[in-house]
Structures are given as C-alpha cells and as structure tokens.
Design a protein around this ligand. Structure first.
Ligand SMILES: Nc1ncnc2c1ncn2[C@@H]1O[C@H](COP(=O)(O)OP(=O)(O)OP(=O)(O)O)[C@@H](O)[C@H]1O
Ligand SMILES: O=c1[nH]c(=O)c2[nH+]cn([C@@H]3O[C@H](COP(=O)(O)O)[C@@H](O)[C@H]3O)c2[nH]1
Ligand SMILES: NC(=O)CC[C@H](N)C(=O)O
Ligand SMILES: [Mg+2]
Length: 539
C-alpha cells in the first residue's frame, strides 16, 4: 500500500480486511500516471470496488489480495529508460486478467518479449479507433469511436500469443490481446471522458473478462465500514474532529451508528470560521441530531500562532499542528481517547502527498501542491491512532454515503470549506481586522447566492481578501482600501474546476453590497482561472 503520509500505517489496513472478506476487487497498479485515480473512479462507477496500489506490489501480495483483475496505469516513463518502473514478472503467470493502459501496455509487451519503439509520430489528443475484432474487450465499442491518446512510444512487435484488436491511423497496435492468458493492452486512455467508447471497454473488462458483479454499492460500503470500525476500535473511545462539513458530518453519523456513545465529537473554533457558522453547527448537532458536540473556543491561540506569518505552507503547517495540539488537550480533559477520527478524503491525500514516479530512479517524487491540514499538517509523533474510513472516497461518493445514512440534504449538499478556513483566504498576514472584513464580505456572497436559490450551482462560492490596497472614491472622499476577490467555481470532485459564468446582475449586486457595506473594502474583482492551472483556494 502507498506510504502516503507519515501516519498511513496507523490507518485502517483496508486491503487486508478486504482480502479477508474476499470482496470482488480490481487492483490498479500505478506507474505514475495522472489518471490512476481516475481509473479507480471509473471502475467504482461500474459498482465494483477498486484500489490503487504501487507498481512495486509483488505477485505474492496480489495473490493474497485475490483481485478479480489488474489494471496497469499509464506513466511518464519510456519502458527503455534506464530505471523505468517494472512490475514483478510473476504477475503475468497469476492467471488473473490484466489490462495494460498506455505505459502499462508497453510494459506488458516488453516484458513478454515484444518490442516497443519511439513512434513515428507522437499522438496527443483524440484519435479514431478502427476496430479489427469487435468481440470480447471491444464488444459494443463502435467502430471509429473517439479514444484519447497521449504517447510517444508505440508497440512495434507483439509478444507471442498476442493479436491486434484495433488500430488507429498512427498506431498499428492500439488494442491487443492474448485471449488464452487474458492479457489485454490499450495504447489509448479509456478512463478519460474524451474517450467516447472508454466506459464500454471498461465494463467489458470488468464484467465479462474479470467476471465481476456490480455489488459495490453505497449500502455495501456503509455496512462494511461499520464492521471495520467496530473491529478496529473495539471498546475504546474515539474523538471525532467535527467541522460541520460534509465529510466529518457523514463520519459523525457513520461512527455514531457504529459505536454509539464511545464517540465524542469535538469542534474547534479556530477563529477562521465563516460568520455565524460555529453557533449553527453546535445547535444543529445537539438539537436536531442529538449527537453531543464539545465546542472548543481556540480563537485567540490560533490567531496568535499565525500572527506575522505570510507563507501559505507555513500557515497550513502551524494550523495543522495546533489542531492536533488542541485535540490532545481535549483528549486529556474529556478522554482518554485512543483514536482520532477525521473526515479525510482521497483528494486530500492525493494533493498533499507524492503521486509521481521519477522516471530515472523509479522512486515517487514529491509533487506536493499544498498540505491539507489534516494530512500534511500531522506531526510525526501523533499520539492518536487515526480512524479515517472515508480516506478512499471522492466527495460525490461521500455525499451518497451521507445521504444513505440519514444526513439531511442541507449538509449533504454543503459546499466544502477548508479546515484552515479563512486563514488561507486572507493572502499574506492574518489580523483580527482582516478576518472581520472577510467574514462580512463572505456573508454577503452567501446571502446573495442563497437569495437567488443558486447555491447548488457552485462547487464553492466565496470571497478572498488581498493584502494590497488601491485607491477609490466614495462620497467625494478618497479611499485607500482592500480589494475582495470573488471565487465562484464549478467542479465534480475538487480535482479540477472551472470558474462559473455568473450573470452580470448577480455579480453587480454582490459587488455593490460589499463595497457599500463592508468597511475597509473599496473594490471587488472576479477570479476567472480554472483548475488547473489555478487551484480553487488562493493559498
Ligand atoms: N474546525 C474544525 N474542528 C474540528 N475538526 C475539523 C475542523 N476543521 C476540519 N476538521 C477536520 O478536518 C477534516 C478535513 O476537513 P475538510 O474541510 O476537508 O472536511 P469537512 O469539513 O468535513 O468537509 P468539507 O470538505 O465539506 O468542508 C474534517 O473532516 C474534520 O475531521
Ligand atoms: O479540509 C481542507 N483542508 C485544506 O487544507 C484544504 N485546502 C483546500 N481545501 C479544499 O479542497 C478543494 C481543492 O482545493 P484547491 O484546489 O485549493 O487545492 C477545495 O474544495 C478546497 O476548499 C481544503 N480542505
Ligand atoms: N501516457 C503514457 O502512459 C505514456 C507512456 C510513454 N511514456 C509514452 O510516451 O508512450
Ligand atoms: Mg471543511
């Protein structure tokens, strides 16, 4: 299993537990592709469980896990690079169906005795797939369908026992198979949305070649998560870090179901929350859900901690550490607790950690984008063991889980709010004054959006305060004040995002109100950057 963070070893040993349950699963071996997690998503969309593991996973380990199929991801290396990542060659003899994607296919070809060469023409983008064998892997994949390519190498000679299933204008071996051994390879990327026939191909592999049944449903996840939590925690007590967001609220419901009053929820008011949120959250949980919440007012200490700090990563690091500090203190007062539960999701883990393989060394290289406080901010000597049952899920999957265990729609549909809160929406130094300004501006954004019933049109809609000032004129007086940035984005899972095309009259209303009502602001600007290349938050 990937060693994503220093505390990974303390999290649920999911794979082992899964193996014991003998659940049908497809394993993805990651050779450093941008799309490895996307392949996992696609498989899960077919309602079959899937996990991404390192390309170093051995045949022996795979035998223990007993997956129904294995997918080799693409990767940035060329199979003939000096230290290109290779798989355990015993994998070819396990008798488990394998689908190699791009680099994965090239590796299959090379290791089994065929030839891979730099292609005559590199191929990036859409290509028309011409089908030579419309059965098996390519059943229901239309001849001439669009598939998405991204490669510089190509298969020049097939290994023994293989045949060509499809080609494109530039690529003679676009899809190949050794039917006897159930080994398949595709030069294109069936997992990306631009590959029109991609999902049909994936379904053929999963259902017909690997013989899986669509049994990994939300209900099955909930049932199993509850079983695993109980088995792991036993009679011990668990402290849940509750922010009131979708993830930790879903987790609160899940844990409440699993271990009842062994659970204590702690909400930390770090002073960077949105206006009126802390009060609302505590009331909602206590009065409506009857789940008690310990409210910890830590405003002053967090503010003191970030005073004068302008570096975004340093802010995140300090806030992350302080969170744990406060939990440890709470544990002394209310506990003791052996476990700390957090609503950590897959994207938090991916973005905080290293996900790429260095083509030269075969090692994972850090491409840390930003440290999500709940992952990168954790200290090495964490006293708690972590319980993070949502760690493998994407946001939309969590929403489904939440809904299925009775979380009200109001929370299920909530826009995400980062743990470090407004601290990472004030660029540069954080002061009490700037916090007040941003809180007021942010409330106006929310009010104007809610008033029009368009809250759910956005993945997130919020305000950012910039630490610069510009000149304006109000009531014939010169002003010299901060600008507010409007960040309004749509997204499916937070991994990519686009800026929302909001009608001008709404932008106008928001801008007018902010400039008129929020003291200290004299200008409103709109962020029109997608992710990538931007990120959703500004720090
Ligand atoms: N103020 C807080 N008090 C206690 N725990 C927190 C707080 N903020 C964040 N956390 C913990 O950190 C985790 C990650 O935060 P994150 O914002 O990603 O998730 P969330 O708040 O549960 O959901 P959402 O992404 O919808 O806001 C939370 O699930 C929660 O366990
Ligand atoms: O709990 C969190 N702790 C963090 O440190 C954090 N940083 C970003 N986010 C949220 O993650 C999504 C992707 O954000 P970015 O595009 O800014 O990386 C967006 O939805 C962000 O709001 C965070 N959530
Ligand atoms: N997307 C990939 O897997 C690329 C594989 C290999 N680096 C190539 O260029 O052919
Ligand atoms: Mg949150």
């Amino acid at each position: 299993m990937r060693n994503k963070s220093v505390v990974q070893t303390e999290t649920l040993p999911q794979s082992d537990a899964l193996a014991q349950l003998n659940r049908q699963m497809i394993v993805i071996l990651d050779f450093g592709s941008q799309y490895s997690e996307l392949i996992a998503r696609r498989i899960r969309e077919t309602q079959v469980y899937s996990e991404v593991l390192s390309y170093r996973t051995t045949a022996e380990q795979l035998k223990q896990l007993n997956p129904k199929g294995i997918i080799f991801s693409g990767g940035p290396s060329s199979v003939y690079d000096d230290r290109a990542p290779e798989c355990d060659p015993e994998i070819w003899h396990l008798g488990i169906p394998v689908l190699g994607v791009c680099y994965g296919m090239q590796l299959m070809v090379k290791q089994l005795g065929g030839k891979v060469l730099p292609a005559q023409k590199r191929e990036y983008g859409k290509a028309s797939l011409l089908i030579d064998d419309p059965t098996d892997l390519l059943t229901n994949v239309e001849d001439g369908t669009t598939m998405w390519m991204s490669h510089g190498d190509s298969c020049a000679e097939l290994p023994e026992g293989f045949e060509v299933l499809a080609h494109t204008e530039n690529t003679p071996c676009a899809a190949i198979a050794n039917y006897d051994k159930k080994l398949y390879g595709v030069q294109f990327h069936p997992e990306v949305v631009h590959s029109i026939g991609g999902l049909a191909l994936i379904r053929n592999f999963v259902y017909h070649i690997c013989d899986c049944e669509p049994t990994w449903t939300t209900d099955a996840f909930v049932e199993e998560a509850i079983r695993e939590i109980r088995a792991r925690v036993g009679e011990k007590r668990v402290l849940l870090a509750l922010s009131g967001g979708v993830d930790s609220s879903t987790l609160a419901f899940l844990l409440h179901k699993a271990i009842g009053d062994q659970l204590t929820c702690v909400f930390i008011d770090q002073g960077f929350m949105r206006k009126l949120e802390p009060e609302r959250l505590v009331k909602l949980f206590q009065e409506q859900f009857h789940i008690p919440v310990e409210y910890v007012n830590a405003r002053d200490r967090f503010l003191a901690l970030v005073a004068g700090v302008t570096d975004p990563e340093e802010k995140r690091r300090r806030i992350g550490h302080e969170f744990i500090q406060v939990f440890e203190e709470a544990s002394k007062q209310l506990g003791p607790f052996d476990y700390l539960a957090q609503g950590t999701l897959y994207p938090d883990v991916i973005e905080s950690a290293d996900t790429n393989v260095d083509p030269k060394t075969g090692e994972r290289v850090a491409v840390k984008i930003k440290s999500h406080h709940n992952v990168g901010g954790l200290p090495k000597d964490l006293r708690f063991k972590l319980v993070e049952p949502l760690r493998k899920l994407f946001k939309d999957e969590v929403r489904k889980v939440g809904r299925s265990i009775g979380l009200p729609e109001e929370i299920v549909q909530r826009q995400p709010f980062p743990g470090p809160g407004l601290a990472i929406r004030i660029i540069g130094e954080i002061t009490a004054e700037r916090l007040d300004i941003l809180r007021d501006a942010d409330l106006i954004v929310r009010q104007e959006i809610n008033r029009r019933g368009i809250y759910h049109d956005f993945w997130q809609a919020f305000a950012v305060l910039l630490p610069i000032r510009s000149v304006g004129v109000m009531g014939d007086q010169r002003t010299y004040a901060y600008p507010i940035v409007l960040r309004l984005v749509s997204s499916e899972d937070g991994m990519t995002a686009d800026w929302s095309r909001v009608p001008y009259d709404i932008l106008e209303a928001i801008s007018n109100r902010i400039v008129n009502e929020v003291k200290g602001v004299n200008r409103v600007v709109l962020d029109i950057t997608s992710k990538p290349p931007g990120t959703i938050e500004w720090e």
